[in-house]
Design a protein around this ligand. Structure first.
Ligand code: FE2
Length: 388
């Protein structure tokens, strides 16, 4: 029996046409106890719609781990490894393991007591103020102005493979007025967001809206991430849109990074092929990229107007390719309610924390993703012929 679906509620700022295949609410299914048949259907729905929302459900950390693992049964490590104390660059984000289920992390804001075996956890909602080069003034912050903190996929991008799915379960959701994300990049772009929303953009849309010249680059392109990219970027500052690092030479030099092996560095295609729909998703973590390679055009492709027809080795191109896809009309800011569980296709979208919270605004979420048992697949030779 097919699972019942409902559309997600989009804000008035969203271009509904661009979201017709993005996001669905799953009705009448207990995510902690799905049958094999339901699980298979949810797997396909996730790849088709990128974000699945279960409202008002009870899910234990063990059930959440099992649900996440069912997308990749041989995976066992959290996307950043199970021992987070060994993760380089962890000043950029804090992940508290839930006792007994280290792959499920408690994230959020404020001090949380007696939570799933943790007697006390001090949580801090990631803020742009500790990562961006420029900051919203205290006066504007008081008026509810905020930023996208950091657009990303959940992935270590060194040694471990990017998780297929992330599950996020909202146990405590802070209440308060909406805030306004200001892009501060000279465009005047702004976006109203619910307090401490999670913002999503589709990687498929990011690819689809590229010009044909840039699509050609995207299907021929590969990105090389830094060794220990979070340690590398932690000494640098991000752009005001949270979509990459300001080029000012502040990244940690190679000889100061924790020990690294060349063969653990990740080089990935710019576009990843959706294993269910066959569509291409532009899937690059904008802050961790160090180098870009573009292959020459295939012999059969027209060279007229083509960018980099003979291939290229570049250090900066991503922003121009990715910025159009975070336009206010293309962002889905999820308005969390307590006991919401979402699954998102981590290999098909980017997301960002938004919002500024005060210490007494408690937010407690359970997050789980698992370093995948395989590398993401890039475009096929047919895809390259089609778009190059
Ligand atoms: Fe994340």
């Amino acid at each position: 029996m097919a699972i019942d679906l409902a559309p997600i509620s989009l804000p008035a700022t969203a271009d509904a046409e661009q979201f017709k295949d993005f996001g669905r609410e799953i009705l009448g299914v207990n995510p902690g106890g799905m049958s094999e048949e339901q699980m298979k259907e949810v797997h396909d729905l996730l790849h088709k719609y990128s974000v699945l929302l279960f409202r008002d459900v009870d899910v234990t950390p063990e059930q959440q781990y099992n649900l996440t693992k069912s997308f990749d049964p041989s995976s066992e490590n959290h996307g950043h490894g199970n021992d987070f104390s060994k993760t380089p660059g962890r000043k950029l984000f804090e992940l508290n393991a839930i006792p007994g289920v280290p792959q499920v992390k408690l994230i959020g804001n404020g001090t949380v007591y007696n939570h799933e075996g943790l007697s006390e956890a001090v949580l801090k909602h990631p803020s742009h103020t500790t990562f961006h080069k420029t900051h919203v003034s205290a006066e504007d912050t008081a008026k509810g102005i905020t930023r996208f903190q950091r657009w990303h996929m959940d992935a270590a991008l060194y040694d471990l493979n990017p998780p297929r799915v992330t599950t996020l379960y909202a146990k405590v959701v802070p209440q308060g007025p909406h805030q306004t994300v200001r892009y501060d990049d000279g465009t005047g772009d702004e976006l109203e967001v619910p307090l401490a929303a999670t913002a999503f953009v589709s990687g498929k849309t990011m690819f689809d809206i590229l010009s044909s010249e840039n699509k050609s680059v995207a299907v021929r392109g590969r990105v090389k991430y830094s060794p220990h990219p979070y340690a590398w970027m932690a000494t640098a500052h991000a752009l005001s849109t949270g979509l990459g690092i300001v080029s000012e030479g502040l990244e940690m030099p190679d000889d100061e990074l924790p020990l690294w092996d060349e063969d653990k560095i990740k080089v990935y295609p710019m576009t990843w092929k959706n294993p269910v729909t066959g569509e291409l998703h532009f899937q690059v973590h904008p802050c961790g990229v160090r180098e870009l390679f573009v292959d020459p055009l295939p012999a059969v492709a027209s060279r007229e107007g083509a960018l980099y027809p003979d291939g290229a080795h570049l250090t900066n191109l991503m922003y121009k390719m990715q910025r159009p896809a975070i336009a206010p009309s293309l962002v889905y800011p999820l308005d969390w309610r307590e006991n919401d569980l979402i699954l998102f296709h981590n290999r098909g979208l980017l997301h960002s924390v938004v919002g500024e919270l005060k210490k007494d605004q408690i937010r407690a979420f359970h997050q789980c993703n698992l370093a995948a048992s395989d590398e993401p697949a890039g475009p096929t030779p047919e895809d390259v012929r089609k778009y190059a």
